[in-house]
Design a protein around this ligand. Sequence first.
Ligand code: CP3
Length: 343
Amino acid sequence: MLTNDLILRAARGERVERTPVWLMRQAGRILKEYRAVREQAGSFINLVTTPELAAEVTIQPVDILGVDAAILFSDILVVPEAMGLPYVMDEGKGPRFPEVVRSMDDLKRIHVPDVADALHYVPAAIKLVKQDLNGRVPLIGFAGAPWTLFCYMTEGKGSKTFSVARRSLYADPAFATALMDRITDTTIAYLKLQVAAGVDMVQVFDSWAGVLDAHTYRTFVVPGLKRICEAITEVPVTLFAKDAWFATADIAALPCATVGLDWAQDPRWARQVVGPDRTLQGNLDPCVLYADGATIARETARMLDAFGPQRHIANLGHGVYPDIPVDGVRRFIDTVKEHNHRK
Ligand code: CP3
């Protein structure tokens, strides 16, 4: 039994006494306690693959910040790794794939793995987190969306345009479809593994949705998201497609519980497009949290009023930046918890 199930009730569209709040990337470098464990782990990948340490940093934001949910500490890139494409995390630079997948021939190296084996450290961490949380708040599991993983696997690293990934959609559609299908199959198995281990809801991050046009997103990406939503029936699913305002209606048509919004989306416009039957999550500009406390409180209140008191999960419009002051983060969380909606 959960003592605080506000987020789950909000996701399911049940009444809540107040708006629940968590932050994307809350388990990370904003906390000095995270940086200490990260140092102890030696490397990012070691932290991700050591269940005791991953569990510890998962729980830190619940204890230190008072958020209404924990999110499993991991990374979206563990899925390509399990499929046969290991990543490296260059200090201060981000992730990189020493090898890439760009052709039918390359696809021979990529398989749909037995996730329980290849990603065994994930359910192990989930079980430790659930024990330690002891019902205080729900645990959110996650995966990268197939398109975002496709971007990294073909490009090999971050990119502003992901033009290698986009090119393959038009230049070699048979390859692109085959790779997307394999990623989607693995993602479904991986999310089901997390659910079986005990996560209470899941979020799918389509961080690079915004590099595609509306038609291509609808025809090439949405079918995979639909398969994921239809497969995960046990817990609420949140779809977060960043910079993809053009796809908001398509996403809202899928059987997901919650639609995540980046900060560029107008909450009132999104509510109109999405309709009344989905929960919205977001969407304060993370940069607001660099401001003084009064500004943070004012902007947060403005956002809360725009969404209204029900069917909303407060969050930022993207992950919290590593150098945002913890005091700013606290001010955001406390403002949500104390907000009185204008009747
Ligand atoms: O608190 C949480 O949200 C849980 C942990 C989490 C991480 N990555 C840990 C992490 C989650 C949910 C992710 C998701 C993720 N990873 C996404 C999707 C969300 C988004 O931000 O759009 C993406 C695109 C990645 C890939 C990735 N991992 C990048 C581009 C980077 C480098 C940029 C950065 O933030 O440093 C990472 C590294 C990473 N993943 C760190 C953390 C805490 C920082 C590395 C470190 O601590 O050494």
